[in-house]
Design a protein around this ligand. Structure first.
Ligand code: FAD
Length: 412
C-alpha cells in the first residue's frame, strides 16, 4: 500500500531516501530550507568507502586526543567555551571505544557500507550521472612506519571483515600516484573504494530525477512539529502548516531537534569539518589520497583538487573558524609544494555524528508513522543510498537486508 510521506532534509541521505521511497510508488514530499545538497552534503571529501567500518573512537583514543589538541597543525580542536555542552557526548564517545564495542560497531557498519556502490547504481543510472561515481580505489600514505604500527587494530578490523588492503612501499605509492613527491615509509592501496567527483551535483541530480518522477521538493524551514496522541500531525514551517501522515527525519545535524519532539532523545553532535578546493591547482590525481597522520583526504574532483578533514567541536551555530581550513591549506602545500591556490575556496560543514559512529536508521520508538535516517557522521555520503533503500524496505514492510538493531534510536 502506498503512503503519503513527508521527509525533512534534502541532503544526500534525505534525497536518496526520498528517491527509494518514490520508486516504491509513495507520494513523497521533501521539505528543506535550502536547495538540495547545500548543507553538509555539499562539501565533503567525496569518498565512497565500503570498507570504512572502523568507528572514530577506538581503544587508546583518550591517549591520542591530548596530542591532537596540542598540535597547532593537528586534526582536532574544541572551543573551550563549548566544552561543558560537549562533555556528555564526549563521554559516550569514549565509552564506545572499548575493544568489544568497537568489534560490534565494525560488525554493524560493514554490512551497511558494503552496499554503497550497489545501492547508488540504480539511482545514478536513472539520474544520468553514472560519470560521477569513480571506482578507482584510494591510496593511504604514512609519513612514518610507527604511525602505521599504531593503527594496526584499525587495519585488522577492516581486513577481518573482508576489506582488501594491499601494502605498498614508497615506490609502490608513486607508481599509483606519481604526483606525490615526498618520501612515505608505508603505503596502502584499497582497490574496492572510490569517490564521487562532485557530491553537490550528485545530490542535486538525484533530487531532479526524484522530481521528474513525481516527487515534490518544498523549500521552507521547519519550525516545529505538531504532535497528537497518534504521532506527528503537521509541520509548522516558514510557509505555513503542512499536514503530515508519515514523517521521515533526515535533517542531518539538526535531526535531534525533531526526534526529541517525537519522543526520541538521541546524542547527536555537529562535528564540524572543513575543506579547501583548488579550482586550478596545476595538477590532478588519478585517485584520492588519505594522509592518516593528519586525517585528511585529497580528492580529484571535477571542480579541482579538494583537501578535506578536521574535526571541530564548537556547537552547531558557531561561525566557521577558517583558521582550520588554513591548516588544511598548509598541509596541501607541504604535499604539493607547487600547487596554485588561485581561486581556492574554503568551506565548513557539520557532520551529523553519533558517539558510537553508527547512524540512526529505523522507526520511531513512540510513533509508528515516524522513521529516522540521520547521524551518519563521517560516512554519510557512502551510506546515503544504502540507508535510503533500508528505510524504503521498512516503510514497505519488507525485511531489510541487514539487521537494523544496532541502529535503533533508543540504543543509548
Ligand atoms: C569535511 C568533511 C568531509 C567529509 N567527507 C566525507 C566522505 O569523504 N565520505 C562520506 O561518506 N562522508 C563524508 N562526510 C560526511 C558527509 O558529508 C555527511 O555525513 C553527509 O553529508 C550527511 O548527509 P545528511 O543528508 O544526513 O545531512 P545534510 O547534508 O546536512 O542535510 C540535512 C538537510 O536538512 C536540512 N534541515 C535541517 N534543519 C532543517 C529545518 N529546520 N528545516 C528545513 N530543513 C532543515 C538542511 O538544510 C540540510 O539540507 C564529510 C563531512 C565533512 C564535514
Amino acid at each position: 500500500m502506498t503512503k503519503k510521506i513527508t521527509l525533512i532534509g534534502a541532503g544526500i541521505v534525505g534525497v536518496a531516501t526520498a528517491s527509494y521511497l518514490r520508486r516504491d510508488g509513495h507520494d513523497v514530499t521533501v521539505v528543506d530550507m535550502r536547495p538540495p545538497g547545500e548543507y553538509c552534503s555539499f562539501g565533503n571529501a567525496g569518498i565512497l568507502s565500503p570498507g570504512s567500518c572502523v568507528p572514530l573512537a577506538t581503544p587508546g583514543i583518550h591517549w591520542k586526543v591530548p596530542g591532537y589538541l596540542a598540535d597547532p597543525m593537528g586534526p582536532l580542536t574544541i572551543r573551550w567555551a563549548y566544552l561543558p555542552k560537549a562533555v556528555p557526548w564526549l563521554l559516550r564517545f569514549l565509552a564506545a571505544s572499548n575493544p568489544q564495542r568497537v568489534e560490534r560497531i565494525a560488525d554493524a557498519l560493514r554490512p551497511l557500507l558494503r552496499q554503497t556502490f550497489d545501492a547508488y547504481e540504480p539511482l545514478v543510472r536513472d539520474a544520468g550521472v553514472t560519470d560521477l561515481i569513480r571506482k578507482t580505489g584510494y591510496v593511504v600514505a604514512y609519513d612514518k612506519r610507527s604511525s602505521y604500527v599504531g593503527d594496526t587494530l584499525a587495519w585488522k578490523l577492516r581486513r577481518d571483515r573482508g576489506v582488501v588492503v594491499e601494502e605498498l612501499d614508497d615506490a609502490g605509492i608513486k607508481s599509483l600516484v606519481p604526483q606525490l613527491t615526498q618520501h612515505y615509509e608505508v603505503g596502502l592501496y584499497l582497490p574496492e573504494q572510490g569517490y564521487v567527483a562532485n557530491p553537490e551535483r550528485l545530490t542535486k541530480a538525484l533530487a531532479a530525477r526524484f522530481q521528474r518522477d513525481g516527487g515534490v521538493v518544498r523549500q521552507r524551514e521547519v519550525l516545529d512539529i505538531e504532535v497528537g496522541p497518534a504521532g506527528p500531525r503537521a509541520l509548522i514551517t516558514s510557509a505555513g502548516r503542512m499536514p503530515v501522515e508519515t514523517l521521515v527525519i533526515c535533517a542531518g545535524s539538526h535531526s535531534n531537534e525533531f526526534s526529541e519532539k517525537l519522543g526520541d532523545r538521541v546524542p547527536l553532535e555537529a562535528e564540524r569539518g572543513y575543506h579547501v578546493t583548488y579550482s586550478d591547482p596545476g595538477c590532478t590525481l588519478p585517485m584520492p589520497v588519505f594522509m592518516p597522520e593528519h586525517k585528511f583526504f585529497i580528492t580529484p574532483m571535477e571542480m579541482g583538487l579538494r583537501i578535506a578533514g578536521q574535526t571541530e567541536f564548537a556547537g552547531i551555530a558557531a561561525e566557521p573558524d577558517y583558521a582550520r581550513a588554513d591548516i588544511l591549506d598548509k598541509h596541501m602545500r607541504r604535499v604539493f609544494p607547487k600547487i596554485s591556490a588561485v581561486d581556492s575556496t574554503k568551506w565548513m560543514g557539520r557532520r551529523p555524528s553519533m558517539p558510537d559512529s553508527l547512524p540512526v536508521i529505523g522507526q520511531g520508538t513512540k510513533f509508528a508513522n515516524v522513521y529516522y535516517a540521520f547521524g551518519h557522521g563521517h560516512v554519510g555520503l557512502c551510506s546515503g543510498a544504502p540507508t535510503g533503500r533500508l528505510v524504503a524496505d521498512l516503510v514497505a514492510g519488507r525485511k531489510p537486508n541487514i539487521d537494523l538493531t544496532p541502529y535503533r534510536p533508543d540504543r543509548f
